[in-house]
Write a new protein. Sequence first.
Lengths: 120, 114
Amino acid sequence: GAGVSQSPSNKVTEKGKDVELRCDPISGHTALYWYRQSLGQGLEFLIYFQGNSAPDKSGLPSDRFSAERTGGSVSTLTIQRTQQEDSAVYLCASSLAPRGGGGRGLDTQYFGPGTRLTVL
Amino acid sequence: GENVEQHPSTLSVQEGDSAVIKCTYSDSASNYFPWYKQELGKRPQLIIDIRSNVGEKKDQRIAVTLNKTAKHFSLHITETQPEDSAVYFCAASKRSGGYQKVTFGTGTKLQVIP
């Protein structure tokens, strides 16, 4: 079936503008994660959704960052008043991760191709 | 919270040699340990994983070992090939409040020299 998709694949914006990044998880996956990866760096956790709720927002770097998920499916990550240090690849991942218990393969995260954000 | 350390940050090996990447974790409640491979410009992809009730798992040229007592796990790649060149991430995961929490290591850039 279709994997995780993200759009746009590339986004160039001017400092101070708002941007919206979209993630379409694998159908039926209840858990959704956003990560940020700066050039040559590791995966920085941003936020985690289980269904439409976000039990862990601890990774959001500032109040300029927000995310929502509707219908237990599509998620959008919004960055307001973008700064140059926001430039990075934003990765989304999803997993089955049923509430109350996982099992073999159910916790595996599947990543999307990422959105490369460049703030000029 | 969980802290995952990964070593080395870079690793160069000759084609055909073995490569070993090591990770340690801090939270004894972590019970699932996946490894991801990320080729240049591509998304991370799961290559192997292990659960805390297993000490070792092997898949062709790739193996992972887990020592729960010492809280460390390792990735072993034998007979390395140029296509193994990539960045490898380890991760430690646990259930928290009915939800899964995953912490990634900082990555190891593996270069296989032909």
